[in-house]
Design a protein around this ligand. Structure first.
Ligand code: ADP
Length: 450
């Protein structure tokens, strides 16, 4: 039998026994009074326990389960065990929820939980950063009201989440996000936001690059193909002078294609090799003497080219890459300086750093072009660049080489006055003649790969 029944029966039996004993010792009136008193005591105890229980039930998690004696023990101990189990369960759930939140916070992607009406239930800091949400204030608010973008509204409305949505945000730096939605529970959604700005940029650059290379190759190829057709057509009679003229132009255009392919190979070799290989102590003054000679040959006596070595510093560098970069800077000075102009090459110190600068009295460059000059195929004057055999890749190669040497390129220019391009090398790559000593003699510079 249930212990509550047994205990209640025992309590009533005790009252009855007390009544019988009183009857035996006194008269029946006293016995009745004793029974009534016993029952009243039992009732008062029940009421007191009930009141304590009602009081506890008002806020069961805040206070411990009340204690009671007798028959209430069985009930309250059971209640106590039940409450303990619930508290443990709650702690476990709280721990699980915290772990889930921590995982959400640690995710490198944005995560938003949406309810059936696309109201925000929760979002992680990355999502709030990507979409400009407030993690606390925006909870419970409709996502489309906070991220006002017609594509997002249409995507949520459409309900087909097989393909992610690419969202181009207009605010900030024009971030591009890939949004994927996973449905779960009762029409709830998990929205994952991934920043693909860089991937998009790289993809656009790749497309532009392919288009540019094709465009650069197309015109010389068309010219060469046209001349070849004329030369091989038996019906066209050409005198020797014309034939030679055509062959000369074909040579020029194949030369242009060759230079382009060589520059492309140089760029790709620079991009492929991660670190700087073949680092040696380069005697820059000796290297520059060769660069000056090449400039003189390219100029063909149309310019005055002067080399000044203020300090015979050596550089810890890749000689071939260095020569390629310096040659590009100097050949630009020759190509963009009208006949009769001056070109100055200067090698020396700037504090602890070393600087190679090329100054010219050429066409100069408008300030708006300067930040873009090192982009591949960026030219200020397309026809002049092509006329002088430019590929549009020279400064891109220079920038790459300098970056690999932790050096920077400074460009100063004034239209109609001239330009100065300076390569600034960090102190740790610079060795003075005293540092190098006889044991570490600088090696002669290698050939130009570009
Ligand atoms: P390119 O083969 O066309 O010379 P570069 O990458 O070497 O390509 O240079 C990019 C552009 O920068 C050139 O097309 C030219 O407009 C400009 N530029 C470079 N060097 C000079 C310079 N010394 N003076 C004037 N413009 C220059």
């Amino acid at each position: 039998m249930n212990s509550v029944w047994i205990r209640s029966a025992l309590a009533l039996a005790a009252v009855a026994v007390a009544g019988l004993i009183t009857w035996a010792l006194a008269d029946p009136v006293w016995a009745l009074a004793a029974v009534c008193f016993g029952l009243a005591l039992l009732l008062a105890r029940h009421v007191a326990n009930l009141a304590a229980l009602a009081d506890w039930l008002r806020d069961p998690m805040a206070k411990p389960v009340p204690q009671g004696g007798g028959v209430w023990d069985a009930v309250l101990v059971g209640l106590y065990r039940f409450v303990r189990a619930r508290i443990r369960e709650k702690e476990q759930l709280g721990g699980d929820l915290q772990r889930f939140r921590n995982a959400g916070l640690a995710l490198p992607d944005g995560v938003i939980l949406l309810d059936a009406h696309d109201h925000i239930e929760w979002c992680n800091p990355i999502a709030s950063q990507y979409l400009g949400l407030d993690e606390q204030r925006d909870l419970g608010r409709p996502l489309v009201n906070l991220v006002r973008h017609p594509d997002l509204a249409a995507y949520l409305e459409h309900g087909d989440y097989a393909e992610p949505l690419t969202l181009r945000l207009s605010r900030g730096e024009g971030r591009v996000l890939s949004l994927a939605i996973i449905s779960y529970g009762e029409a709830q959604k998990l929205l994952l936001a991934n920043d693909i700005t860089l991937t998009e940029k790289v993809e656009t650059m790749r497309r532009d690059f392919v288009a540019n290379v094709s465009h650069e190759l197309k015109s010389p190829l068309t010219v060469v193909a046209g001349f070849l057709e004329t030369l091989t057509d038996g019906n066209i009679k050409l005198d020797e002078e014309r034939r030679q003229g055509y062959l000369k132009m074909m040579r020029e255009h194949t030369g242009r294609m060759q230079r382009l392919v060589e520059d492309l190979l140089t760029l790709s070799a620079l991009e492929d090799s991660r670190g700087l290989s073949d680092e040696t102590l380069v005697d820059v003054a000796a290297l520059l003497a060769g660069v000056r000679d090449e400039a003189l040959a390219l100029s063909g006596g149309r310019h005055r080219v002067e080399l000044s070595v203020e300090d015979p510093l050596s550089l810890l560098a890749n000689a071939q890459e260095l020569r390629s970069a310096f040659n590009n800077l100097v050949s630009n000075a020759v190509r963009y300086t009208p006949a009769g102009g001056n070109i100055g090459l200067l090698w020396g110190r700037r504090g602890a750093e070393a600087v190679f600068s090329v100054s010219d009295t050429g066409t100069g460059i408008e300030p708006r072009h300067i930040p873009r000059l090192t982009e591949r195929f960026y030219r200020v004057d397309h026809s002049r660049s092509r006329e002088t055999g430019g590929t549009g890749l020279g400064l891109a190669i220079v920038k790459h080489v300098l970056t690999r040497h932790q050096a920077t390129l400074e460009i100063e220019s004034e239209t109609g006055v001239g330009s100065r391009f300076s390569a600034v090398f960090p102190a740790r790559r610079v060795k003075s003649a005293v540092d190098t000593g006889p044991a570490r003699r600088p090696v002669p510079a290698g050939r130009n790969p570009g």
